[in-house]
Write a protein that binds this ligand. Structure first.
Ligand code: ATP
Length: 244
């Protein structure tokens, strides 16, 4: 479970986060939805401890990212940009390396890597260098790296950006599987249909602030609209950043 408590961050002249609080529960997919510049990435970077807020904290499975950063980070899997993979490594080498970075010894890391390669059905590409991989193969490698240490919580910043239809579908299926296994999944997006289709809970933010939260249906009811896109428009007063 991820609890974001009163995050506040000013960057230059911009109030990127203003007393921003929400929680993402286990066994649910929580979407952070907001127009361009709303503060989604800043919030997720604060959750991961890459950015120090001026005020507030993020608590991951009971560990404060500020007070206990090591323990808090060990409960988190961060989905990296699938286009930024180190191309000279094979998925097995890549995933094993990250398993060890997350505190596993060599033997345990090898076993955990084999398990995740099987889970993601990656045996055929496990020992090929990532150079020349398709989008789907890159996405699988990136996701496998994020979950190899079996983190309870998985954080993804605009995970489908640049992915083709097949890779997006594969990612959605995997996120749903992880949710059913009880993981807490938190991702940011401004793609409405993706958020509608995937999320149990949607956190709508704009200008660094929480605007509304609830299931897609609840947000529609709250605003008297029939689809999330219209509800979002009503809540934020903008259609900026809405992607088809
Ligand atoms: N390093 C920085 N320097 C200056 N301003 C920044 C910096 N990082 C973020 N900001 C500003 O903080 C605000 C929030 O940015 P953030 O990237 O968190 O938004 P976002 O919701 O992720 O946007 P997008 O959907 O466009 O990626 C924006 O106004 C942005 O310009």
């Amino acid at each position: 479970m991820i609890k974001v408590e009163h995050l506040t961050k000013t960057i230059g002249d911009v109030n990127a986060l203003q007393d921003f609080s929400f929680s993402a529960e286990n066994g649910q997919i929580t979407g952070l939805l907001g127009p361009n510049g709303a503060g989604k990435t800043t919030a997720l970077r604060s959750v991961f401890g890459m950015l120090k807020p001026d005020h507030g904290d993020a608590i991951i499975d009971g560990f404060s990212i500020l007070q206990n950063p090591m323990q808090a980070r060990q409960q988190l899997g961060l989905f990296p940009d699938p286009f930024g993979l180190y191309e000279r490594l094979t998925p097995r080498e890549y995933i094993e390396y990250f398993a060890q970075l997350n505190g596993m010894n060599k033997t345990t890391a090898k076993q955990a890597t084999q398990q995740v390669l099987e889970l993601m059905k990656m045996q055929e590409i496990a020992d090929r260098r990532c150079k020349g991989f398709s989008q789907g193969q890159r996405m699988k490698t990136a996701l496998a790296q994020a979950i190899v240490h079996k983190p309870n919580n998985i954080v993804l910043d605009e995970p489908t950006r640049g992915l083709d239809v097949m890779s997006t579908k594969m990612l959605r299926n995997t996120l749903n599987q992880l949710k059913h296994q009880g993981h807490c999944i938190l991702f940011s997006s401004h793609v409405m249909h993706e958020v509608s289709a995937l999320c149990d809970k949607v956190i709508v933010m704009n200008k660094g602030k929480l605007i509304a939260q609830g299931s897609p249906d609840e947000l529609c009811q709250m605003t008297n609209q029939s689809c999330l896109e219209d509800a979002f428009f009503k809540l934020t007063g903008t259609d900026e950043g809405i992607a088809a």
